[in-house]
Design a protein around this ligand. Structure first.
Ligand code: SF4
Length: 434
């Protein structure tokens, strides 16, 4: 019988939970090292007590950078079986979290299937689901309706919920006066903004924050404080709207921690590369080291079709500078619902960004696989290289498709292979090139 509500409460009481023990092992830390990080909110272990099949992970800037994959059906692509196939493929490829962003049909069975079959952390955005759940237009929903959906998701075993608590009625004037190029591009943020405009009421997720905290505390749901004003283009980056909301998110982080509720803070968005590090530092300072969950950042606006690359560039710098969690971006970003191939490309790009950042910031053990790969390459041991590769299938396919005349090299240089020449020269052997 557990005598704590949340992982944070347990850590503050000095209790080593089974989840904390697993996370410590994965991160090559001792439980004594991890415990104070969870107690202080610098690491969140997102594990709803009703998500029984979860394989727990910790999210924090000193741990391995985690990756989230957004999935879920839309009105135009509504096959739940296809979506479940993408989920399992994403988990096999290394996704640590799946956010169910479904915006069509009966969302309950899919969400419950996720929390009963998927071992990755599950996140949702209750404000999207409110319209679907009640099948009513936005302006007919009440604050209580929104809170009831948060409760439903908590009961269903969702590990983290994105809540756009940081915008208020003041934001309405700010967005109007500031004349951003892209206004609000967060889907949930735009719904909350529109609801406030239509009803004349305060943001329910802000006004009833204490009630939401009680729900999150009961089920151990981590709040992912959504950044409604994340910049949607480079011109809007690091502007008053974004920073003003961030300050409020800092206050809300503190209020959550006072009730032992775990928090992550969501971040930008589209940001020029030279502003990425500063954004991470400001967030860490304002939100007192709460794990930062970045959506990109996308570092140029002009590469639709390649935004897995624009975001991997931003994501690597962000994670190296303190972000803990990268939301993947696929080549279909800004264009369409991603298909299975887009999902794969998005995951690979995020994995590369996360791994590069982990090496740069000295995460324990992160470099080992690179050193193994270097040894395998020096020995021209192709089997060992596939074992080290992030995507062995693709690497093997390319090598096989364009096989060299001499199998100890590759068709790039053949007998001019520098590695082969050096190995032979250092061993005192004759080097045959012609
Ligand atoms: S042939 Fe060229 S590219 Fe291929 S392994 Fe040797 S040095 Fe590297």
């Amino acid at each position: 019988m557990r005598n704590y509500s949340t992982q944070m409460e347990a850590a503050r009481k000095g209790i080593i939970t089974p989840e904390l023990e697993i996370v410590a092992k994965k991160e090559r830390m001792t439980t004594e090292e991890l415990l104070p990080l969870v107690a202080s909110g610098k690491v969140a272990i997102c594990a709803n007590k009703n998500h029984k099949c979860i394989d727990p992970e910790g999210v924090g800037s000193m741990l391995r950078t985690k990756i989230n994959v957004n999935l879920g059906v839309s009105r135009d692509c509504k096959d739940y079986d296809v979506e479940m196939q993408k989920v399992m493929e994403a988990v096999n490829m290394g996704a640590h979290a799946i956010m169910d962003l479904s915006s069509h049909g009966n969302t309950i069975p899919f969400r419950r299937k996720l929390t009963s079959e998927c071992p990755a952390m599950i996140g949702t955005v209750p404000v999207y689901d409110s319209v679907i759940h009640y099948q009513r237009d936005l302006d007919t929903l009440t604050a209580k309706d929104f809170i009831d959906v948060v409760r439903l998701h908590a009961q269903d075993g969702v590990d983290f919920v994105t809540l756009h608590c940081g915008i208020t009625r003041k934001t309405i004037d700010q967005i109007r006066n500031h004349k951003r190029k892209m206004n609000i591009v967060s889907r949930g943020g735009s719904l909350v903004f529109a609801w406030m405009c239509m009803t004349g009421e305060e943001n329910p997720f802000y006004e009833y924050y204490d009630e939401i905290l009680d729900i999150c505390r009961e089920y151990d749901v981590t709040i992912s404080l959504g950044d409604a004003c994340r910049p949607g283009c480079l011109a809007d980056a690091t502007d008053v709207c974004q920073i003003e909301e961030l300050v409020r998110l800092g206050e809300l982080t503190k209020r959550a921690w006072e009730k032992d509720v775990q928090v992550m803070v969501e971040g930008p968005g589209h940001v020029p590369l030279d502003q990425v590090e500063a954004n991470m530092k400001v967030q860490q300072s304002i939100c007192q080291g709460a794990p930062f969950y970045v959506l990109g950042p996308i570092v140029t606006d002009v590469a639709p079709g390649y935004d897995h690359i624009t975001s991997a560039i931003g994501g690597a710098v962000a994670a190296m500078s303190g972000a803990a969690f990268l939301c993947y971006v696929t080549p279909a970003e800004h264009l369409a619902l991603p298909n299975l191939e887009d999902v794969k490309q998005g995951i690979m790009a995020s994995k590369i960004a996360a791994h590069a950042a982990d090496i740069a910031k000295g995460v324990r053990g992160a470099r080992e696989i690179d050193d193994k790969m270097a040894d395998a390459r020096r020995k021209l041991d192709w089997e060992a290289q596939w074992e080290c590769a992030m995507d062995p299938e693709t690497a093997k396919r390319i090598w096989n498709e364009r096989k060299p005349e001499h199998e100890d090299t590759c068709s790039m240089c053949g007998k001019f292979c520098a590695v082969r020449s050096m190995n032979k020269a250092l061993a005192g052997e004759h080097i045959d090139i012609l």
